[in-house]
Write a protein that binds this ligand. Structure first.
Ligand code: KG4
Ligand code: ZN
Length: 354
């Protein structure tokens, strides 16, 4: 086989994104273009993503974003080997917009269509940026998902643990909202935490030490609210200190849960080539620093894409499409968008066909 050139389209949440990526025969990749148009301003007044507004915004800009991605890459539609779009999980209106556009392009250009699982795209990004070989331990931490996953191949994901209530990104977003910080909460809390005293508030670290790598974060969020109520009205410094204390608790929880997962993976007889951090929360520097150490202590290394590839983008969709196309997969034009689509329900290549 020769190099593969894929267009990737991402519209599952509040970023309208398209990118062109090359996957070489040896499994390495290059991003030729990566256009991300954030809708943050459209949703900011509501403190969160409004699905109807998101879907309409995707319709308005997606064709321009795709045209810009192709132009920036210097690749005509006819030069592509396949067209990939996120087919879920996510806000269904947006998913329909992206997947339908991809189908139209695939039909017109007579190219294979790759219906990519958004979580799988986050999971595989470190192979594009760091050429990480299988198997690896994945911490997928975004606004809607928090999972520890043993990744043994494209389409081969075994969930070791996950959150039993809020996702990590969601905990950042809710904490930010509670403290009057702007949406999205993650970057705002991280910035505020830099100016705060992490030791001022003693916040809980739920499930710490528990022998299954699960997360529970709603109690932590409630604890922040109770501390804030006790000292209201909040000064700027109070907000900084609450953010720093909250982030320190998250860092401790994540480190502890990942340690357990690394151990659990080894106990199953799988030696990870890396600990991979993926999803929007991967942009957080304090979490990255802590996981570098956890990985080293656990006899492996941390691989984490640059911040702009941790949050939603088209390059990760194009790359996941390329990885699937390289295995001979083609999802066809009849594929349906999916609001819910767990990682372990992805159809890959049966073991016997490899
Ligand atoms: O992967 P992503 O862009 O979208 C989803 O698929 O959810 O992740 C967005 C999430 C949001 O909850 C956002 O607050 C969080 O990632 N996030 C962060 C940071 N940057 C984004 N959380 C903590 N620290 C950050 N620097
Ligand atoms: Zn995402």
């Amino acid at each position: 086989m020769s190099d593969l050139l894929l267009l990737g389209i991402e519209t599952t949440c509040d970023e309208t994104a398209a990118a062109v990526v090359r996957r070489r025969d040896d499994g390495t990749g290059t991003i030729l273009s990566n256009i991300v148009l954030s809708q943050v301003e459209d949703h900011a007044a509501y403190g969160g993503v409004v699905p109807e507004i998101a879907a309409r915004a995707h319709v308005e800009v997606l064709d321009h974003v795709i045209a810009r991605a192709l132009k920036a890459a210097g690749v005509p539609l006819t030069g592509l080997d396949g067209i990939a779009a996120a087919a879920g999980p996510g806000l269904i209106g947006g998913v329909i917009v992206g997947l339908t556009s991809a189908k139209a392009l695939a039909l017109a250009a007579e190219k294979p269509l790759l219906a990519v699982n958004h979580l799988e795209a986050h999971a595989l990004t470190a192979r594009l940026t760091d050429a990480v070989p299988f198997p690896y331990l994945l911490l997928l931490a975004s606004g809607g998902h928090t999972q520890l996953v043993c990744v043994t191949g494209v389409g081969e994901y075994t969930k070791l643990g996950g959150t039993i209530d809020d996702a990590i990104g969601e905990a950042f977003d809710k904490t930010a909202k509670m403290l009057g910080l702007p949406y999205p909460g993650g970057p705002a809390v991280e910035r505020a935490a830099l100016k705060g005293d992490a030791s001022r508030f003693a916040l809980p670290r739920p499930l710490l030490g528990r022998a299954t790598p699960d997360f529970s974060l709603s109690g932590l969020k409630t604890a922040v609210r109770l501390e804030a109520l006790k000292i209201a009205p909040l000064s700027e410094q109070d907000v900084y200190d609450l953010c720093a204390s909250f982030q320190a608790a998250i860092v401790d929880i994540v480190a502890d849960r990942v340690r357990y997962a690394l151990r659990a993976m080894r106990e199953r007889g799988t030696v990870p080539h890396a600990l991979v951090l993926a999803g929007g929360v991967g942009a957080n520097q304090a979490i990255r620093r802590s996981l570098h150490k956890v990985a080293a202590d656990g006899g492996t290394r941390l691989a984490v894409p640059p911040p702009e590839l941790c949050t939603d983008n088209g390059a990760m969709i194009a790359w996941a499409g390329a990885e699937r196309l390289a295995l001979g997969l083609d999802d066809g034009l009849a594929v349906s968008p999916r609001a819910r689509w767990p990682l372990d329900e992805i159809e890959g290549v049966p073991e016997t066909d490899r």
